[in-house]
Write a protein that binds this ligand. Structure first.
Ligand SMILES: *[C@@H]1O[C@H](CO)[C@@H](O)[C@H](O)[C@H]1NC(C)=O
Ligand SMILES: *[C@@H]1O[C@H](CO)[C@@H](O)[C@H](O)[C@H]1NC(C)=O
Ligand SMILES: *[C@@H]1O[C@H](CO)[C@@H](O)[C@H](O)[C@H]1NC(C)=O
Length: 154
């Protein structure tokens, strides 16, 4: 009799415990997630890669800002010698859908800084797009890239 009720309790517990464990894993998965905005800025009239592909000169030491809503700067990065910039965001503070619909990358450094023959006024801007997740160890990284820069005149 005692054994029977023990088995019953065990089965009951397993039935309750399993969905709970799954739900908890989901929460932990979100906690260990990151959003990464990454791209390469090129030293061209548009900031994008040119017809010569990877031979296109890059734009190093450029300030790249993430601006949301009415131009609030929520993150920033500087391009390295390869023209690469990277920003990491906590997905608990940023909703992916809001980032994609409400935020943009704005380059604060004038294009003429990398090549004097390029415009010294106007800013390069790009909206964002999500290209999928990659697993980096236990981190689930959501990858976001610029859709393509364009020169916005002032
Ligand atoms: C692409 O490369 C060719 C050959 O080196 C060069 O003549 C041309 O100016 C380059 N185009 C651009 C846009 O850099
Ligand atoms: C720029 O950063 C990327 C990513 O961290 C790295 O792979 C690359 O080597 C860096 N370039 C230079 C010239 O430091
Ligand atoms: C600057 O841009 C001009 C015109 O596109 C190009 O001919 C020149 O090679 C560039 N200079 C450098 C240092 O990239």
């Amino acid at each position: 009799m005692a054994l029977r009720s023990l088995i019953f309790v065990s089965i009951l517990f397993a039935a309750i415990a399993f969905p709970m464990a799954e739900a908890q894993l989901g929460i932990i998965g979100n906690l260990l997630g990151l959003l990464r905005i990454q791209g390469i800025l090129y030293c061209t009239p548009t900031g994008n890669i040119g017809v010569n592909g990877t031979a296109t000169p890059v734009f190093p030491n450029a300030l790249v800002q993430l601006q949301c809503g009415d131009g609030n700067v929520v993150s920033s990065a500087t391009t390295n010698a390869s023209g690469l910039f990277s920003m990491l965001l906590d997905p608990l503070n940023f909703l992916l859908s809001t980032l994609l619909s409400n935020c943009k990358l704005v380059v604060g450094t004038p294009l003429a800084t990398c090549n004097a023959s390029l415009p010294s006024i106007g800013t390069l801007e790009s909206t964002l797009k999500f290209i999928g997740n990659t697993l980096l160890g236990i981190l689930n990284v959501g990858n976001i890239i610029p859709t393509g820069f364009q020169l916005i005149p002032v």
